[in-house]
Design a protein around this ligand. Structure first.
Ligand SMILES: *[C@@H]1O[C@H](CO)[C@@H](O)[C@H](O)[C@H]1NC(C)=O
Ligand SMILES: *[C@@H]1O[C@H](CO)[C@@H](O)[C@H](O)[C@H]1NC(C)=O
Ligand SMILES: [Zn+2]
Ligand SMILES: [Zn+2]
Length: 593
């Protein structure tokens, strides 16, 4: 058996010899940044994977990003390359150990490959399913729209190759006749190929309420009180299980709802001494959590930027050894970790074929249609709002002011115009390079309309701060707060990328990067334009999606301050007209060339 020899694990063995007893006491894992002072020598190369008896590769929240990130070298691999990687990794690296391939859902909404078809995911689902998953399940994005749910059920759950492997312990599908069936298997019990390890796998979706009428989600804590679960855990008792694998669309760090922690408490009660490996999803971060000294959880990022790796060794011993690595989704990483010396050696027939299908699909969906060039990169979270390289700054300063009201709508124009958007209208960074139809699907696929209200300046100027004081109701995918502090890496020779901190320390990313700083982004942002003849009136323009929030803000503010003798409702809101955010951005980019 191959020993786990990464620096972090090594630290466990040497800690009692060289370090203070307080550090030694945190076995079986230690925060690695405190261990070896020679670490900086390692910074220029890859951090190698630590193969154990049982190894996992994990994808999650791919959201249709199967065709690489064309303007980001760090993430230049395609789905077919992942297919090749898994084959080569199995052949060249895993050897006589076991490997399980797992996905935890959210396969739509985010990229043209999935979103440019009707229904959404029609062709991308087939491409996704080319990977031979051992365990897979669904996320909340498979449950918003009926068509998506039906497609997922017939194309993936009922797919011959995934029989027994598609697991959903707390979601049901609603048949045409209204009857309920499990959305896949309730569990999977199987033996691994090489060591014959006995695995019981369960999969839970977080407490998601907005499912459509073709599905039903039962909160996990209710589900595990049901009879089937009691019977299952009686059938498979501690003696029958070597590793309990709990994978699902649920965050592994959840300080608010603590769903996973409550689930773990219940499972630990039933299986006091079983090794448990969790795989999580949904919050789009790289994360690894130690729930106790025999239970760990891995979450593997988003958007095909990450392949998560985890391993467990000494499984039958009192303290199993674990490791994790977040692999950057690019060809250099894939070649390195699969011990391939060249692309030729790396690519498999199947991988090549999958990449060809992606290429054809991109062409067929016109995703390659180029509108212009983005002159430099604009970021959602990695630059502060005050920076010209922040995408919201770019939109409010450059793009939104180009909005023109409908030509037959020129009555009583105020001297000041405010245009407000919710930051959730944007869902990805805008990178320097070609601006294509695909870019639009990633940045802002939605088509919004504009409404406006004419307001006194004193009232209009307060709406932004009011809405930004509210809970983040309108933003999508705000990245989780970093809980543990790792040193900020500012080495200019390194490329920008993830420098993740997790329960095993600061060395989880396979490639040492320069840290990306993360800034908090408010709910809404606005542009303000004024002419000289200030008349104290404002045309307050906003994307119609946020109208209920704007009205609430106006009435709440006015109630406190009595600025006007009026209660605002939908009748005050008029159509402004003009191009959507998406089209304004396209026109702006075209105008630059
Ligand atoms: C997309 O899927 C549809 C329906 O299965 C099929 O007719 C079409 O050929 C597919 N397109 C590509 C490029 O695979
Ligand atoms: C792609 O573009 C061509 C030519 O402009 C057009 O005929 C076709 O309908 C487009 N296809 C899609 C899926 O938009
Ligand atoms: Zn997601
Ligand atoms: Zn999700």
């Amino acid at each position: 058996m191959v020993r786990l020899l990464n620096i972090e694990m090594l630290a466990v063995y040497i800690a009692p010899l060289f370090l203070s007893s307080t550090l030694a006491a945190v076995l079986p894992f230690s925060p690695d940044q405190n261990i070896l002072s020679t670490e900086s020598h390692e910074e220029s190369s890859f951090r190698d994977l630590q193969i154990g008896q049982l190894n996992f590769l994990h994808t999650t929240d791919t959201h249709g990003w199967l065709g690489s990130h064309s303007n980001q070298d760090n993430y230049n691999a395609k789905w077919g390359d992942l297919v090749s990687f898994v084959e080569r990794f199995r052949e060249n690296v895993v050897g006589e150990n076991d490997l399980l391939l797992i996905d935890t859902g959210d396969k739509h909404d985010g990229n043209g490959l999935s979103d440019a078809t009707v229904p959404n995911g029609l062709n991308s689902t087939q491409i996704f399913n080319e990977l031979d998953y051992d365990l897979l399940t669904l996320g909340n994005h498979e449950l918003y729209v009926e068509d998506n749910t039906v497609l997922e059920y017939y194309e993936t759950v009922l797919n011959e190759k995934f029989q027994g492997k598609y697991v959903s312990s707390n979601v049901e599908f609603v048949n045409d006749d209204g009857s309920l069936v499990p959305f896949g298997s309730k569990y999977r019990y199987f033996k691994t190929e090489k060591y014959g390890l006995r695995i019981l796998a369960l999969s839970f979706l977080f407490d998601f309420r907005r499912f459509n009428k073709r599905a039903q989600v039962t909160p996990v804590l209710q589900e595990i009180e049901k009879k089937w679960f009691q019977e299952l855990t009686e059938t498979y008792s501690m003696e029958d299980i070597d590793v309990l694998v709990v994978f699902g669309h649920m965050p592994i760090s959840d300080t608010e709802n603590r769903e996973i922690n409550q689930l773990h408490a219940k499972l630990r009660h039933i299986y006091p001494n079983t090794v448990i490996q969790y795989f999580g999803a949904h919050t789009h971060i790289r994360d690894f959590v130690a729930l106790d000294n025999k239970a760990y959880a891995l979450q593997s990022g988003r958007f095909c930027e990450t392949v998560g790796f985890a391993s467990i060794d000494d499984i039958t011993k009192e303290s199993p050894l674990v490791s994790r690595t977040y692999i950057d989704f690019n060809l250099n990483s894939f070649l390195h970790h699969s011990h391939s010396n060249s692309i030729k050696e790396f690519e498999t027939d199947r991988g090549t074929e999958v990449n060809e299908r992606i290429h054809e699909l991109r062409k067929e969906l016109n995703l390659t249609t180029k509108f212009g060039n983005v002159p430099s990169s604009f970021y959602m979270y990695n630059k502060p709002l005050s920076s010209p390289h922040n995408i919201y700054n770019f939109l409010t300063k450059r793009v939104l002011p180009t909005l023109k009201r409908d030509s037959d709508n020129t009555a009583d124009v105020a001297s000041t115009r405010i245009i407000m958007i919710n930051t959730g209208a944007i869902r990805y960074d805008l990178y320097e390079g070609p601006f294509t139809s695909d870019t639009e699907y990633t940045i802002s696929p939605f088509s919004n309309t504009w409404n406006y209200i004419q307001l006194p300046m004193a009232l209009a100027m307060q709406v932004e701060s009011y809405l930004n004081g509210m809970e983040p109701i309108m933003t999508l995918n705000l990245p989780g707060e970093q809980r543990r502090q790792c040193p900020l890496i500012e080495d200019k020779t390194l490329s920008r990328g993830y420098t993740t901190s997790d329960d095993l320390g600061c060395k989880g990313d396979d490639t040492p990067h320069r840290s990306e700083r993360q800034y908090r982004i408010p709910n809404v942002v606005q542009s303000i334009e004024s002419t000289n003849n200030a008349d104290e009136l404002v045309d307050f323009v906003y994307c119609s999606f946020i109208q209920p929030f704007v009205l609430e803000a106006l009435n709440d503010l006015n109630e406190d301050q009595n600025i006007v003798d009026h209660t605002f409702d939908d009748k005050d809101c008029k159509i402004y007209g003009g191009l959507s955010i998406k089209d304004l951005l396209r026109e702006y980019i075209i105008s630059l060339n």
